[in-house]
Design a protein around this ligand. Structure first.
Ligand code: ZN
Length: 81
């Protein structure tokens, strides 16, 4: 467990500590952790929106394709032999 100097008060604090026990300032470690969590959440949200958008697009495309195929199929009654 390495010790680093607090950016605010300069006291030696644990590298794994999220806040300085002397002055309560947040360490670089906690900032990186928070930014990482925020970035991960943003990434998850972006992927979620992308999946929803692509899913809607593919659903609409297949529906349009099915409708166009159904309308192109002639609806004439079967010829009697
Ligand atoms: Zn401090």
């Amino acid at each position: 467990m390495a010790l680093i100097a607090c950016e605010e008060c300069g006291q030696p604090i644990s590298q794994s500590a999220s806040t300085c026990p002397h002055c309560g300032a947040r360490t670089r470690h906690s900032r990186q952790f928070i930014s990482g969590v925020v970035g991960m959440l943003l990434g998850v949200i972006v992927v979620y929106v992308l999946v929803l958008t692509v899913g809607q697009l593919s659903n609409g495309g297949s529906q349009r394709l099915g409708q166009s195929m159904a309308s192109s199929v002639p609806t004439q009654p079967a010829k009697a032999p």
